[in-house]
Design a protein around this ligand. Structure first.
Ligand SMILES: O=C(O)CCC(=O)C(=O)O
Ligand SMILES: [Fe+2]
Length: 343
């Protein structure tokens, strides 16, 4: 079905500016993952200091974080607080431009890249209270610069610099993850070479008068290899689903949130998790986050690393269908699907 850019009268941002209640398309009527409006406990997800990963203790903390949660807050990442603020501000400045300006970066129907809201693939789809700007940064020859904002005028430069810094953070995480599983250091990293896809998703969640019924982002896991999230510094909203319940993720000043995506779940043969997460809305405040998604070369077949498959742990593999931003991932053990549509 054709994806629509603005399936109803305007984006969530326009509806919010006009002070209107969200139309029914945004209401979560029922969810397999519990109610929207409740406020679950705030649980500190593990905090890892990346500058300490040469120590066995920190490495063990990393292994435990990724096998139990699939995510952690990263400190000691070496990116200055002022630069992180600059990246976040670049996103805020773009979203605060008049709609005509933002529409210069508008994504085409059916395509994920550019400025817009949900790609609509079904009439039953509940819409997210979120506008996003989604841009491919690497490989360089795949950049669609016509979709990159001209305001702020150093947007492109800032985004490229940020992406390269995140790439270095990734290298540290991939190597340490391999070591924590007693594997060769480059076992994951070797899949993330020149053709690695690095995409930036700037998420903008306007204030929502019905935050009891409307989600900023529906429950999903990322289809990436790994995602690094720069969260809003003032407004929380991210929740992780673990042990059958949601936990609110606290904001730690200038920490980055690292979470594994579905492809690393496969490469670790399910030992490490790609966590289910969602974003709630706030009745008074807007929220901005920047997700950097890193994937191996899309043409490459990925599978579990050698050494992670044995009789007790049969090979996990994937068939992956990607309908716009909807992850339709099917992990299989033998012929049994253990994890189908995750949205
Ligand atoms: O805004 C957030 O905190 C999470 C964003 C996210 O999950 C995503 O972009 O995939
Ligand atoms: Fe996500």
């Amino acid at each position: 079905m054709a994806g629509l850019v603005f399936p109803i009268e305007g984006t969530s941002q326009e509806i919010a500016v006009n002070g209107n209640d969200p139309p029914p398309e945004f209401f979560v009527k029922e969810s397999a993952f519990g109610p929207v409006g409740s406020s679950p406990p705030m649980i500190p997800i593990p905090v890892i200091d990346l500058s300490l990963l040469s120590s066995e203790t920190e490495l063990e903390k990393l292994r435990s974080a990724l096998t139990s949660w699939g995510c952690f807050q990263a400190m000691g990442h070496g990116i200055s607080s002022s630069f992180l603020d600059k990246v976040r501000e670049a996103g805020k400045e773009f979203f605060s431009l008049p709609m005509e300006e933002k529409q210069k970066c508008l994504r085409a129907a059916c395509e994920g890249e550019g400025f817009g809201s949900d790609v609509v693939v079904s009439k039953q789809q509940v819409l997210d209270w979120c506008n996003r700007l989604f841009l491919m940064v690497f490989p360089e020859d795949k950049r669609r610069l016509n979709l990159w904002p001209e305001t702020p005028n150093d947007f492109g430069e800032t985004l490229i610099e940020y992406t390269m810094k995140i790439r270095s953070v990734m290298d540290v995480v991939f190597k340490a993850t391999a070591r924590s599983l007693k594997l060769e250091e480059d076992v994951f990293l070797k899949h993330f070479g020149e053709k690695t896809v690095m995409q930036a998703r700037f998420n903008y969640y306007p204030p929502c008068p019905r935050s009891d019924m409307v989600l900023g982002l529906k429950p999903h896991s990322d289809k990436s290899g790994i995602t690094v999230l720069l969260p809003d510094q003032e407004v929380e909203g991210l929740q992780i689903f673990k042990n059958n319940e949601w936990s609110r993720v606290p904001t730690i000043p200038h920490a980055l949130i690292v979470n594994l995506g579905d492809q690393m779940e496969i490469m670790t043969n399910g030992i490490m998790k790609s966590p289910l997460h969602r974003v709630t809305t706030n009745p008074e405040k807007m929220r901005v986050s920047v997700a950097m998604l890193i994937e191996p070369d899309p043409e490459e077949e990925i599978g579990p690393a050698d050494g992670l498959v044995d009789e007790e742990r049969p090979k996990l593999y994937k068939t992956m269908k990607n309908y716009g931003h909807l992850n339709y991932v099917c992990f299989q053990k033998g012929v049994v699907a253990i994890n189908e549509v995750k949205m």
